[in-house]
Write a protein that binds this ligand. Structure first.
Ligand SMILES: C[S@@+](CC[C@H](N)C(=O)[O-])C[C@H]1O[C@@H](n2cnc3c(N)ncnc32)[C@H](O)[C@@H]1O
Ligand SMILES: [Zn+2]
Length: 310
């Protein structure tokens, strides 16, 4: 695979779940390098695909791959939490299917200059959208210690969050923390010896936490999930791939709320709370096959959930 490519995860499973109609309207909310979009676009005749990413570099790279499909594919640089406005701008009321393959792409991780990696030196950035103001540098150097502790704990499930946050605050009091390796080393130094010997890099969880905070990843997913079901046609499918339990929980809860959100006491013979079912689940959570894991270890944590608009 070339330096900055991205192997699409659960590709066949997503395409099957989307149930693509050649004349349908589809949304890929996380275009990336266009792996999923390409397979969707191939299946369209008179239909169209709206492909969204907040990363300008992803759009540029994918636009070349998708150029052969001409006007069937519209690329939009935006956060997918603006799903409603994106569809309005395109004059689309409801779509036949939507896909969200959450998180970061391999090219974002592999391009050291973007500051996502604890293995290569770069300025502390971690923005998916480089037009956004908030960077990792600002979080690390300016956020209060208790905020740092909170994000390390909740977004990174870092059990040494208090020690890591304290070490960051001590170091930045002397001089600003500028680089990824400087931060990674500082985090390593804050860990007890036993944790430093663990198989995974001692900075992995903290880097994940800071990245989620920089990009407001959970907030974006939550807002998107509020809108997506209402912008699907009856029978339209919503497919979401998540890569960690925090995200998967949001997806599961958002679907559940629309499948079975009745809050009436069980003793009532019928529903009086006004709940109207808008989604039904399609199968359980799907994970990658052994064969895919062999090809692409990154698929290990991927979980696909599918729901259908009723
Ligand atoms: C896992 S990659 C998608 C890979 C793509 N499915 C492929 O096969 O090439 C996730 C992509 O979604 C984008 N992304 C993540 N969160 C986003 C958001 N809230 N709004 C728009 N794009 C987002 C990232 O910039 C990244 O390019
Ligand atoms: Zn009810």
């Amino acid at each position: 695979m070339s330096a900055f490519s991205h192997a699409p995860v659960l590709l066949e499973e997503c395409i099957a779940a989307l149930n693509i109609r050649p004349d349908g309207v589809y949304v890929d909310g996380t275009l990336g390098r266009g792996g999923h979009s390409l397979e969707i676009a191939r299946r369209l005749t008179t239909g169209c695909l709206i492909a969204v990413d907040r990363d300008g570099e992803a759009l540029e790279a994918a636009s070349k791959r998708l150029a052969p499909f001409g006007e069937r594919v519209t690329l939009v640089k935006s956060n997918f939490d603006r799903l409603g406005e994106i569809l309005d701008d395109q004059g689309v009321d409801k779509a036949d299917g939507m896909l969200f393959d959450l998180g970061v792409s391999s090219p974002q991780l592999d391009d050291a200059a973007r500051g996502f990696s604890y293995m290569a030196d770069a300025p502390l950035d971690m923005r998916m959208d480089r037009d956004n103001a908030l960077t990792a540098r600002e979080i690390v150097n300016e956020w209060p210690e208790e905020e740092l502790r909170r994000i390390l704990w909740t977004y990174g499930e870092e059990r040494y969050a208090p020690r890591v946050a304290a070490a960051i605050v001590r170091a930045r009091a002397k001089s600003p923390i500028e680089g990824t390796l400087e931060l990674a080393e500082l985090i390593r130094g804050a860990m007890p010896a036993a944790a430093r010997r663990e198989k995974q890099h001692p900075a992995k969880r903290s880097f994940q936490a800071i990245r989620i905070a920089v990009n407001d990843e959970l907030g974006s997913v939550e807002r998107m999930l509020e809108t997506a079901p209402d912008r699907l046609k009856p029978g339209g499918r919503l497919c979401v791939i998540s890569f960690h339990s925090l995200e998967d929980r949001l997806v599961k809860q958002a679907i559940h709320k629309r499948v079975d959100g009745c809050t009436c006491p069980k003793t009532l013979p019928f529903c009086v709370c006004g709940f109207v079912q808008t989604l039904k689940t399609v199968g359980g959570a799907v994970t990658a096959s052994a064969e895919e894991l062999e090809r692409n270890p990154r698929a290990r944590s991927a979980r696909l959930r599918v729901a259908e608009r009723v």
